[in-house]
Design a protein around this ligand. Sequence first.
Ligand SMILES: [Zn+2]
Length: 369
Amino acid sequence: MITQKDIKNLNRIKHKKEDIISIYVPHNPTKSQEWNYSVNVQDLLKELKRMLSFQNSKKTKTLLEKIKFSVTKPASFKGLAIFASLDGRFWREFSLSISPPSLLVLKNSPYLKPLLEILDEYERFAVALVDRVHARFFLVYLGKIIEERSFADDLIKRHDQGGMSQKRYQRHIDGHADHHLRNVAQALYKFVWRKACGRILLGGTKENLHHFKRIIHPDLRQKIVGEFHIDSLRVSKGEILKKALMREEKAERAKEKEILKEWRELLGKNKALDSLEAILLALQEKSVQVLLVRDGYKESGWQCINCGNLVASSGKPKECPYCKGKMIFEDNIIERALNKALEQGSFIEFLPASLLHQNFQNIGAVLRF
Ligand SMILES: [Zn+2]
């Protein structure tokens, strides 16, 4: 499972030569078990061979074999990302539970944009199913349930009515249920905090959830993005995942709208930017807090070999406007800008084209101060 930390580490890698190959392969999950791969992989390998043909060294041949082995071995996940140096010294491989686009890129650093897009789309999600006696927690991340915890209030389970009157017994049980729900609320707080979940989805009867939401910590209440009503907690993992993913997509779209709204407000107060030139300068000055980028946005331009400054211009600038260094051509400076934002710890938000409004074209930024 790939994490933000992995991405940060990959982002630090920068070679002098263009000798890092980044490979993304989508897997067809229905075929993967049968040693049967999509044509994609064959095309990819052919392209790779062609790309590396000028480097007729033994090391490259070994690398090609290694890549071939990795992309053709059977797997149950949805995709694969490989980053490797041509001399074979550097190798990182990640299985992905989200299908990436099929890609092959040779550069002086790992090509991370597809990974960033995947991570942005999928936040860590907690699902809590609660009733008066049991609770089940799930951690959903990158399209998968990766952990489950379940517990039951033993006291209630062992109880029988004994000599108590019906009314007294019911009161007794209600007291236990309340106690149980409070324990669950505490456990959920710890779970969400430890697993760094940004969102919570609740499941249970309307009545129980109503009670539960009243007693949980306000921090948790803020993270709730929805609830679904079920009478029994005996729901299959697949069912829960389906509900969580549906919610997740809705929550992600809502979050994007919120960020866009905030950005527009800050734009009026000069605390945000909407032109590429200004954003590139802000990145150079390390003052970007949030970088908003339209999915698939590309732009060619120039980068200073001395200070890394980026300039969007069709004609070659005489020198770096920042340090007077030499400028070299970059076919996609947006990719470079994303790398810089990542290095500086800025948040990156990719926006689908469908969400764009009048004043947001392709790129935007919120400033740190
Ligand atoms: Zn410069």
